[in-house]
Structures are given as structure tokens and as C-alpha cells.
Write a protein that binds this ligand. Structure first.
Ligand code: ADP
Ligand code: ADP
Ligand code: ZN
Ligand code: ZN
Length: 940
């Protein structure tokens, strides 16, 4: 075994044929400016190769996909161990995933509840326990004389096909009926055939006996036979009438209910044994909300009142609506809310009558007439929700609300598992406590369980307790195990995966992490770093891409990549300890670490424009009925520990309320009294790090719209005029000038079964996106395809004399994106790059000075050097009178705020209050504010 990983000749993306050695079993931090090549080396080279080799070691079945799996562009890597990546992506949107299931803690809980839980009758609440055969016979004999009973003995066998011989055998033994999956069948040929198609569980129905004292021995005999047939399964139900069931297992004699054995699977909401019958274990009912379908009732149908139908390019909806209008003589020009109730009903929920419909066929000019029912907008959406693609599902979900399941109230399980308790709590109630409370609860069990229970349960308790502790260590005490994984932020999901990995106890693994500090308050950073150490001390190697200063300073080994981004990066600049970086004169990171360069504290704080957004009685999630005034015309930073309520306030309330007020296409959000002051704003813009497009078709040129004047310029060249080419000819999105083999993508998508899609260069145009004729048109010797290959900087120099183009390119340049290519596909841009492209295109627009910009942790992925640039853009937007509201943990960004709102004091139930408000200087003086304590040092 070598003690290092050796990489030779890495050239992925911008990497400049780099070679290096990384020590194993250490905490290695990759740092450098955004776009310098950290992820290209950590994820796209080292991790990708580790994963590729892993797949290579698998079955031949998996290996057939290997040829298509890109080998990273690297000469060789030596000393690689199995690799696991922990990043912010790939959070599950499956409603069946919860914090409990993804951390596997729920699996241990199921075991715990099955082993040491006390079952109660879900009907009367009395504790229940199993009965012996003697007890069963005793109570049968207490029944009124003449009651008919059945003795059932379940036989559970694996496969459907195996039942034939069993049925034959039973018939020979004189049995006449069987119960298959709850239904009774006679043992004649036809019924057996039916039964065989479903059998998962069958029970033998022994006999009908009339209860008389002298029948006692017959009952006992029958029970014996049943037991023998039952293949060692000892569960016997004796049914009287339809009502009374006795069981050698669990039963409530008073209510006459019997229950399954306590096994882990009955506590699973992801399997039929445990899942609530009504919601199937999801815990919620989905329904389309009429208020989301018609968000603004003062609009008429003609003006697009039916929101989901108002944005389509097809004529289908118009045709349908016209038919309905004519059939019912509706008025589409009055506000929807003023239409007669029955008209509103028909539009939303349809009618049973057939009416004449005349609908244009898709993609043609022909009309087809027929008599059809109009099913209504809501049933229409529901129908499509159930049959259509993921895309449609996501579209339609925008009009859906979820309400807790009527039967289980959101607990996801059947009544019986929910009636099993430990120290008074059922498994669902346990899972809805915060993680620190759960930890306390489990710790108490060591004292309160009986010796016997402890003997069975101790190992399970140890496991659960340790895993809960790991979650607390990564700053997630405020979450609960029932929380749906899909509602977690990227940072939370990442730290959950980190904690889960520690719980799994693997060693000899190479972990590659992407900025684990995201979403974490400075206060909790130290514990996160200790967690990384713990993972290392278990015998693992860690490569962490990180910009956080504490993490860099705590690393065993630092690799600084740069010096700058893109073409100007991709080299190893310095490696070793902090001192090695400081000593290296080319290391930008070193300059910031030594303090030679820094982000300055502003000399003054903006006064604002005297207006406020006034939030009144905000109570969503953990917010404690807060009132808050947010000053406008300033940079306002929302701070507070993870889970204190920042996103709830900004995303769920302010953003949603603004959409309701300013765009009028959403109802008022729940969870707040009101928010006043939107008359002082005219636009709201959410600048997040989501991709600027999901296909290779979107790129910086199209997103910022600089491509439009470029195409116009090409259409004005003599060559184009002569050939009659219009600007559209130079678009790769429409037929005409583009290469039709790849439809202008330049690449062809190959869909893989279980791996992510692979793109290969188009053979026909060689990746140039256009056909040959188009490429014959040149401007200053360059084709339109050449332009897309230029970096922003090159293009800026090339188009210097064309202001419409040059100005837009300059903004991209100013936000620090001089190195990206104009045609670089959106799918390859980092979150930080996407964010800055969005900011650049905002800066290009004419400023109204009344815009509210929302940014959620804009510092993610940014080095000090990039942060400096970002801050300058934000300053410029604020100087133009706009308001900027930022959620942030990075102290370098917090310190430039004009105004800070610090939420807390803690996460979850113990948060949701305004701890302090004011300028950074004021916050730093406030002893109650955690943020203030850390800010103090920054302001010196
Ligand atoms: P970092 O992780 O340091 O921010 P990256 O490794 O993500 O930097 O990116 C390095 C350079 O490679 C950037 O210029 C980026 O735009 C480019 N890049 C990243 N992914 C791709 C890709 N899939 N195809 C082409 N270029 C890419
Ligand atoms: P922050 O942004 O400060 O980290 P959040 O606003 O995300 O905090 O969370 C505040 C509280 O609300 C936390 O207790 C969190 O668990 C809870 N919470 C946030 N989103 C949801 C949700 N979709 N469902 C249930 N609880 C939520
Ligand atoms: Zn009962
Ligand atoms: Zn339910």
C-alpha cells in the first residue's frame, strides 16, 4: 500500500497537464479562485477515475456501459482507493425519503420498536399481549353457545407457483376452504385457479364448529392440525361470525382485534405491510388548488385568468375554451370572479354534457369536429399529472397543494404500528421531535427500559444514539427525522450525507467533498472541521474543495490551484501548509491568507431611501410571530445559525409575497399576516446559483442576449446580404443555418440506462453547430461558430467597436467572467458562474432603482478574489437605489452590509426570532448575537 495518490498528466477541462502527489489518510484542501480547476481535478479527474475503476470491478453487465463512460483526460493515477463524493447535488425529491430513511436511522428505529415497543390496541388504547392456545380455547368456550367459529392458520410461502401441490394436499386432507390474501376460496378447481393468481399469504380454514363445551377437544385438535399444516408458523386466528378474532399472537380481547407480529417491516411506510392504506405511506393528499389555477380572479379568461392554460403556444386550449364559451354562452371578457358560479364550476370542474368541439389538429391546419364532454381544467391537470412525463408532473405540481392525509394525519403508517409505543411515544411522534430531543429521549431509555429490554435493545440504542450525535455535530440538531429529504437545502443534505458516512464506519475510502461549510454559521464551523478529522481518523482520505478560511488553516495539506480562472488557471500554484502558500508569490490565496490583500470594510454605511418593507406577524415554520422592518435602498444581510429561519423569511415569505403583489400570479402565501411597502418596489429578482439552462443550447451568449446583436451584425455583412441571410440564419435554435444532424447542439446526446446522459461531438458539423453555407459568412475573418468559441475577453477585444455588443461583454468581464467561452454550454457552468451571469444580465438592463434582489448565500463557490468582485457588483446595484437582501454566513460579505438582521438565537423551535438588527458595528456590540461575536474581529 502506498501512502499517497499520484496523479500524472491531468488535462480535464482547463487543467494544464498537471501532476501531483496527495498524501493519503489526511485532510487535503483544494483551494483557488472560482473556475481555477479545483472541481475539474477533485471531482472530474480523481473521483471520476475512482468511480470508473469501481464499475470496472463490477459485473460484465455493468461493464458494457464502461466504453461509453468517459475516462478522465489523465495519463495515470496511482494509489487510488474506492471513492465516494459528497456534494450538494442529488438531493432526493422522492416524498418517501426522509432524514430518517436517508441516514438509515429509521431502519434502526424500526428494529427498536419491533423489539422493545409496547403494543396498544389502536381502538381502545389498552395494552395488548399475545394469548396462549389454552387461553384462546378458554375464551372461545365463554362465547354464547351456538356461535360459529373458524380456525385459521396462515401458511406463508414464497412463490405463487408453489401453491398447486399445497392445494392438492390440503384437499386430500379434507380441508374445504382456504383464505388467500384475506379472501376465502373453496378448494374446487376454478377457485384454486383464481387463488393462485394472487397468493402471497394463504391461511387454511380448518372447520366450522359450533361452540359447545364438549367441542373443546375438537377445537384443540383442529388447532393442532392447522399448526402442522402451517409449516411451523404458529399463528392461529379463530373467527367467530365475522367479528371475533383470537390469536396466539397479538390481540385485543375486548375489541376483538388481532394484530401482526411486531416485526420491523410493519413500521416501514415504504412497504405495504406498514404503509397507511389511504396515502400509501406518503402522508399527504395531493390536490389541485383552484386558487393556484386562477390566481387573480379580477382577470378575465380572455386575459389569461386560467394561468396554466394561458402560457401555451398551442391552439388547443383556445379551441377548447371557445367551444365551452359557445356551448354555455359564457362571457370571457368579465373578471373570472364575476362570472356566474355555475360557469366558474364548469370551467374548473367540467360538465357531463357532450358539447360540440372543433379542435385544430396538432401541427396542421385541419380542424376536427366531434361531440365531447368538457372535463374541466382541474380534472384535466389531474389526468395529465397521472400519465405524463416528469416535466409535466413538475409543471402541474406548481398548481397543487398538499394536505396531511385524512387517515393517518401525516404519520404515514397504519393504525396498529402507530399504536406501538416506547416511553409513550410512537415511532412517528419520535421522528417529529428535533434531533437533539431525540438524542435525549434515546439516552433516557438506557435508564428506563427493563433489564430484559435493554439486553435486546442496547446495541440498537447505541447505534441510534451515535448517529444522532453525528447529525448534531454537523450542526443539524434542529432538524427532525420525519422531515422530507426534498425540503432540505443543499448544504443540509450534504452535511446529512457526511454524518451518514461517519455512521457507516467505513475505512480506506477516499471522500471527495464540495464546500461542506455551505449553509453553516461560523459558530458551528469548528464542529464540522472536527467531524472531518473524525472521518480522517477512521482511516480515510479526504479531498475537500473549500474556500472557508478555518478549513484551509486546519488542513493537513493544501493544494492551491490557479493562478486565475479558466484558461488562466489549471496549474498547481502552491502546495503544503499555509506558510507555503504565503511564501508563493503567485498564490492569490496566499495573499489573502497573509492579509496582504483583503476585502475592505466600507467606510460608511448607506442611509437607504427611508422606505421599508414591513413584515407583520410572520409565523411560517419556526418564525415566532415576528414583526420586522427591512430598510429599502440598502444592502441588507440576513444572518443566523442554520435553521434559524432565514430561508423561510426570505424565500417562503418575502419572495412569495412579492410575486403575489408584483406579478399577481400567485395567491398570498400562508404564514404571515401581511407585508406592506411593495408600492416602493417594482421588481423582484431572485439571483440563485441554479443553472441558466438545462440543455447545451443555453449558454452565456444566449442568456445575456449578447448573441442577438452578434447575429444582426453577421446578417449585415456583404456576404450575408448577397445570399439573403437574415439574423435567424445565424441562430442554432431554428432551422435554416444550423446543422440539422445535431439540430444546432454541436453534440449528440446518448441516453444511458442508469448513468447520467453522455454527450458526444456531432460528426457532421464537427461540433461547429452550423451548416457549411452559414460558415462561409465571415466577419473580420471569423465565422459565427468561431465567435461562440471565443472567451469573453477575446470577444470583447474582437467587437470593441460595436457598442451594442461590447457593452454587454464588458459587464460579463466586470463580474469576473472574462475567461468563460461565449458558447460554453450552461450544463458545464458552476453555480457561482451561473450566478454571476445572471447578475451581469441584470446589470445590462436599464435600472429602475426600485428592484429588490434576493440572494441566498452568494458566496458559495467563491474565493476571496471572486467575492471582492461580487461585492463590487452588489455595491453598484445598491448605489443605483436598489435593495439587496442576502442570506449569508461569510463574514467578509456580512461586514459590507448596510444593515444586518440576525435571526435566532438557535435553529428550529429555539430560533425564529429577531435577535438583533442594525449596522455591522451595532451588531458586533450586541452580546446576544452569535454573529456579532464573530463580526467583532472582522471590523478591527
Ligand atoms: P473550480 O472548481 O475551481 O471553480 P472548475 O474545475 O469547475 O473550477 O472549472 C475550471 C474551468 O473549466 C472553468 O473555466 C469552467 O468553466 C471549465 N469547465 C468546467 N466544467 C466543464 C465542462 N464540463 N466542459 C468544459 N469546461 C468546463
Ligand atoms: P435557515 O434558512 O436559517 O437555515 P430555515 O428557514 O431553512 O432556516 O428553517 C427554519 C426552520 O423551519 C427549521 O426548523 C427548519 O427545519 C424548518 N423548515 C424549513 N423548511 C421546512 C419545510 N419545508 N418543512 C418543514 N419544516 C421546515
Ligand atoms: Zn381494544
Ligand atoms: Zn395516510
Amino acid at each position: 500500500m502506498t501512502d499517497k495518490i499520484t496523479i500524472k498528466g491531468a488535462r480535464e477541462h482547463n487543467l494544464k497537464n498537471v501532476s501531483l502527489e496527495i498524501p493519503k489518510n489526511e485532510l487535503v484542501v483544494f483551494t483557488g479562485v472560482s473556475g481555477s480547476g479545483k472541481s475539474s481535478l477533485a471531482f472530474d479527474t480523481i473521483f471520476a477515475e475512482g468511480q470508473r475503476r469501481y464499475i470496472e470491478s463490477l459485473s460484465t453487465y455493468a461493464r458494457q456501459f464502461l466504453g461509453q463512460m468517459d475516462k478522465p483526460d489523465v495519463d495515470y493515477i496511482d494509489g487510488l482507493t474506492p471513492a465516494i463524493s459528497i456534494d450538494q447535488k442529488s438531493t432526493s425529491n422522492n416524498p418517501r425519503s426522509t432524514v430518517g430513511t436517508v441516514t438509515e436511522i429509521y431502519d434502526y428505529l424500526r428494529l427498536l420498536y419491533a423489539r422493545v415497543g409496547t403494543p396498544f390496541c389502536p381502538k381502545c388504547g389498552k395494552p395488548i399481549k399475545p394469548q396462549t392456545i389454552d387461553e384462546i380455547v378458554e375464551s372461545i368456550l365463554k362465547l354464547p353457545e351456538g356461535t360459529k367459529i373458524q380456525i385459521l392458520a396462515p401458511i406463508i410461502k414464497g412463490k405463487k407457483g408453489e401453491y398447486q401441490s399445497l392445494f392438492d394436499e390440503l384437499r386430500q386432507e379434507g380441508f374445504v376452504r382456504v383464505k388467500v390474501d384475506g379472501e376465502i376460496y373453496n378448494l374446487d378447481e376454478d377457485d384454486i385457479k383464481l387463488a393462485k393468481t394472487k397468493a402471497h399469504t394463504i391461511s387454511v380454514v380448518i372447520d366450522r364448529v359450533v361452540v359447545k363445551p364438549e367441542a373443546k377437544s375438537r377445537i384443540a385438535d383442529s388447532a393442532q392440525i392447522a399448526l402442522k399444516k402451517a409449516d411451523g408458523v404458529t399463528n392461529i386466528d379463530i373467527v367467530g361470525g365475522e367479528e371475533i378474532i383470537y390469536s396466539e399472537k397479538l390481540a385485543c380481547p375486548d375489541c376483538g382485534l388481532s394484530f401482526d407480529e411486531l416485526t420491523p417491516r410493519i413500521f416501514s411506510f415504504n412497504a405495504p405491510y406498514g404503509a397507511c392504506d389511504r396515502c400509501g405511506g406518503i402522508g399527504v393528499d395531493f390536490r389541485i388548488d383552484p386558487d393556484l389555477v386562477v390566481p387573480d380572479r379580477s382577470k378575465s379568461i380572455k386575459d389569461g385568468a386560467i394561468y396554466p392554460w394561458s402560457r401555451s403556444a398551442t391552439s388547443y386550449y383556445d379551441d377548447v375554451l371557445r367551444a365551452v364559451k359557445e356551448a354555455y354562452n359564457m362571457d370571457y371578457e368579465i373578471p373570472f370572479g364575476e362570472m356566474p358560479e355555475e360557469h366558474q364550476e364548469i370551467i374548473l370542474y367540467g360538465s357531463d354534457e357532450r358539447i360540440p368541439m372543433r379542435i385544430r389538429e396538432f401541427g396542421s391546419h385541419r380542424y376536427r369536429s366531434s361531440m365531447q364532454k368538457f372535463i374541466g381544467v382541474i380534472p384535466f391537470l389531474m389526468k395529465h399529472y397521472n400519465i405524463e412525463s416528469e416535466y409535466w408532473k413538475a409543471e402541474i405540481e406548481k398548481y397543487m397543494v398538499t394536505t396531511p392525509c385524512e387517515k393517518c394525519g401525516g404519520a404515514r403508517l397504519k393504525p396498529f404500528p402507530l399504536a406501538v409505543r416506547i416511553n409513550g411515544k410512537n415511532i412517528h411522534e419520535f421522528c417529529t421531535m428535533s434531533i437533539d430531543k431525540e438524542h435525549e429521549f434515546i439516552t433516557d431509555l438506557y435508564l428506563t427500559l427493563t433489564d430484559f429490554q435493554l439486553k435486546i435493545g442496547k446495541q440498537i440504542l447505541d447505534e441510534i444514539r451515535a448517529r444522532l450525535k453525528f447529525l448534531m455535530d454537523v450542526g443539524l440538531s434542529y432538524l427532525d427525522l420525519a422531515r422530507m429529504a426534498g425540503t432540505l437545502s443543499g448544504g443540509e443534505a450534504q452535511r446529512i450525507r457526511l454524518a451518514t458516512q461517519i455512521g457507516s464506519g467505513l475505512s480506506g475510502v477516499l471522500y471527495v467533498l464540495d464546500e461542506p461549510s455551505i449553509g453553516l454559521h461560523q459558530r458551528d464551523n469548528e464542529r464540522l472541521i472536527k467531524t472531518l478529522f473524525k472521518l480522517r481518523n477512521m482511516g480515510n482520505s479526504l479531498i475537500v474543495v473549500e474556500h472557508d478560511e478555518d478549513t484551509i488553516r486546519n488542513a493537513d495539506y493544501i493544494v492551491d490551484i490557479g493562478p486565475k480562472a479558466g484558461l488562466h488557471g489549471g496549474n498547481i500554484i502552491a502546495k503544503g501548509g499555509v506558510e507555503d502558500l504565503i511564501d508563493c508569490k503567485d498564490s492569490i490565496t496566499g495573499k489573502y491568507l497573509s492579509g496582504e490583500w483583503n476585502i475592505p470594510v466600507p467606510k460608511t454605511r448607506r442611509e437607504g431611501n427611508g422606505n421599508y418593507l414591513q413584515i407583520r406577524n410572520a409565523y411560517l415554520n419556526n418564525l415566532k410571530n415576528i414583526d420586522l422592518d427591512i430598510p429599502l435602498g440598502k444592502i441588507v444581510v440576513l444572518t443566523g445559525v442554520s435553521g434559524s429561519g432565514k430561508s423561510t423569511l426570505m424565500q417562503d415569505l418575502i419572495y412569495e409575497y412579492a410575486i403575489h403583489k408584483l406579478r399577481k400570479n400567485k395567491p398570498k402565501p400562508q404564514g404571515v399576516g401581511e407585508i406592506l411597502g411593495f408600492e416602493n418596489l417594482d421588481k423582484i429578482i431572485d439571483i440563485d446559483q441554479s443553472p441558466i439552462g438545462r440543455t447545451p443550447r443555453s449558454n452565456p451568449a444566449t442568456y445575456t442576449d449578447v448573441f442577438t446583436p452578434i447575429r444582426e451584425l453577421y446578417a449585415k455583412t456583404n456576404e450575408a446580404k448577397m445570399r439573403g441571410y437574415k439574423p435567424g440564419r445565424f441562430s442554432f435554435n431554428v432551422k435554416g443555418g444550423r446543422c440539422e444532424a445535431c439540430q444546432g447542439d454541436g453534440v449528440l446526446k446518448i441516453e444511458m440506462n442508469f448513468l447520467s446522459d453522455v454527450y458526444v461531438k456531432c460528426d457532421v458539423c464537427k461540433g461547429k453547430r452550423y451548416n457549411n453555407e452559414t460558415l462561409e459568412v465571415k466577419y473580420k475573418g471569423k465565422t459565427i461558430s468561431d465567435v461562440l468559441e471565443m472567451s469573453v475577453k477575446e470577444a470583447y477585444e474582437f467587437f470593441e467597436n460595436i457598442p451594442q455588443i461590447a457593452n454587454k461583454l464588458k459587464t460579463l468581464n466586470d463580474v469576473g467572467l472574462d475567461y468563460i467561452k461565449l458558447g460554453q454550454s450552461a450544463t458545464t457552468l458552476s453555480g457561482g458562474e451561473a450566478q454571476r451571469i445572471k447578475l451581469a444580465s441584470e446589470l445590462n438592463k436599464r435600472a429602475t432603482g426600485k428592484t429588490l434582489y434576493l440572494l441566498d448565500e452568494p458566496s458559495v463557490g467563491l474565493h476571496w478574489y471572486d467575492l471582492d468582485k461580487l461585492i463590487k457588483i452588489l455595491q453598484q446595484l445598491a448605489d443605483n437605489g436598489n435593495t439587496i437582501l442576502i442570506i449569508e454566513h461569510n463574514l467578509d460579505l456580512i461586514k459590507i452590509a448596510d444593515y444586518i438582521i440576525d435571526l435566532g438565537p438557535e435553529g428550529g423551535d429555539f430560533g425564529g426570532e429577531v435577535v438583533a438588527c442594525g449596522t455591522p458595528e451595532e451588531i458586533a456590540k450586541n452580546p446576544k448575537s452569535y454573529t456579532g461575536q464573530y463580526l467583532k474581529n472582522m471590523l478591527k
